[in-house]
Structure formats: C-alpha cells, structure tokens
Design a protein. Structure first.
Length: 257
C-alpha cells in the first residue's frame, strides 16, 4: 500500500473559494433525494462541459489511476468514490474533499463497505464550513479525529498515514504483516482472504522473477516491471517483489526451488 499525496480539491469543492463554499453549503442543506439517499454530487457536479466530474478526475490523478487500498489500476468506469468515514454514518462529510478517496469497486463494495472506527460511534462530525449550520460533536480535523480520537481502531488512510509505519509486506511468503493495531485492522479488512490474495501475489512474484532471470541488464528489468505497473498498477507489491528477487539474484539464490 502506497502513501498518497492528497491534491488540492477542484475549484467546485474548494472551501477557500466563496462561491464554491456557498454552493457546497447548499448541497448539504439539500443533502437527501426523495428516496432518502444522499445525492452523489461527487459524480454529478463539476463537469465543466465534460462527461466526467472534476472531482473524480482529480481523485484518479491523485492516486495515479490506482485503488488506494489494493493498488490495482482503475479508470473512471472502474472507480468508486470512497468516503473514508462513510456517508451513511457521517452525512455531513459527504462532500468533504479530505474524506474522499479513489477505490476499486471490490475494495469499496466488498471489503470496506461502511466500516468506521467504533470510537466515533454516534458522533456527529461535520465539515468545517458547516460548523455554524448543524449541531455537531466534532469538526472534521484529521489530526484530531484520526490522529487522536480514532488512532487505534480505524483503517489506514493513505493520504494521512504512512502505510509502511503500519504494514510490512513479506515478498517471500506473499502477505502483509501488521506493525500496529490499525495495520492489523487494515489487513483484516482488505487482505483477509489470504489464500486468494496469496495466489494472486504468487503469480505476480513468479512473473517478476522471470523478468529478472531473463534480463542481465538491471535497468532493462526495472523498465519492464514499471511497464507492467503502468498497465496494471500494484506498484507497491511489484517493487517489493522486484527488490526481493534482485537481491536473491545478487546473492546467488534465484535458482533455488
């Protein structure tokens, strides 16, 4: 899992632009549709004459068109806009830029679902522009909410956390080892089906091993691995496998059974 640098929001979701701020407040005041569902304005607004919302475009750009959880390559069709703190529990973060992440459908719909820290159960958390509009327990300040209140009972948030402080990937045996409680919870949520995940990673490991065996030029091998990453994503585990097999080759162990 990679650390992700959060980009600034597109203008339509930028709270520093007064027109956008006012419009977002109106969005929150008209949050639900006639069926009681939150209007998915992260998909439907900010299109600026195109077919795809700038919100979705910026999220994809932010993660280099990959799922922030499993790392696979995604495009606009494959992507879900994940609410790190789910809008079902925290509706007044539905349009909060700092709460949105690009995810593949499998991670969002099958793995993460509406999970949230139990330390925040029943708490009303609002985006800062709503602090004088709606009753609340907390304003969404990540340093306080994620770094203090929910520091031990949540999933990794890749734009806030450094995943390597919480997870260590074992390229020899194809699994993540937890370094912290939130690392353990993240593994349980996204990588708990160890057999299926391990089989997928084993195939990838063998593929990268073959690249290194067949290419005496280290840079040529790395270029091929990077080309695979460009097409399929999985940068973090690919580079871990590359480093592992390169070391095995250097130490004369790459041909071992």
């Amino acid at each position: 899992m990679n650390k992700i640098h959060r980009l600034p929001p597109p203008d339509c979701f930028d709270n520093q632009i007064q027109v956008s701020k006012n419009k977002k407040i109106t969005f929150y005041e008209e949050l639900w549709d006639n069926n009681g569902k939150i209007k998915p304005r992260w998909n439907t607004t900010c299109k600026e004459g195109g077919n795809v919302s700038k919100i979705r475009q910026t999220l994809l750009e932010m993660s280099n068109e990959t799922c922030v959880y499993c790392g696979i390559k995604i495009d606009n069709t494959d992507m879900d806009v994940d609410h790190y703190l789910p809008s079902s529990q925290f509706p007044y973060l539905a349009y909060c830029w700092d709460n949105l992440l690009p995810s593949c459908k499998r991670c969002n719909q099958n793995s993460k679902l509406d999970s949230f820290p139990q330390s925040l159960f029943g708490k009303k958390i609002v985006e800062n522009i709503l602090s004088d509009k709606f009753e609340h327990d907390f304003i969404y300040d990540k340093a306080h909410i994620l770094g203090s209140i929910a520091k031990d009972d949540r999933l990794i948030e890749p734009t806030f956390d450094n995943p390597e402080e919480h997870l260590e990937f074992n390229p020899e045996f194809y699994f993540y080892e937890s370094q912290t409680k939130i690392g353990e919870l993240t593994i349980r949520k996204f990588f708990s089906n160890h057999k299926e995940v391990a089989e997928e990673w084993e195939k990838l490991s063998k593929f990268i091993k073959e690249i290194i065996v067949k290419n005496q030029d280290e840079q040529a091998a790395l270029d091929l691995v990077n080309f695979y990453i460009t097409l399929h994503g999985k940068e973090y585990v690919c580079l871990k496998f590359y480093q592992y097999w390169l070391k095995e080759k250097e130490e004369g162990r790459i041909d071992r059974v």
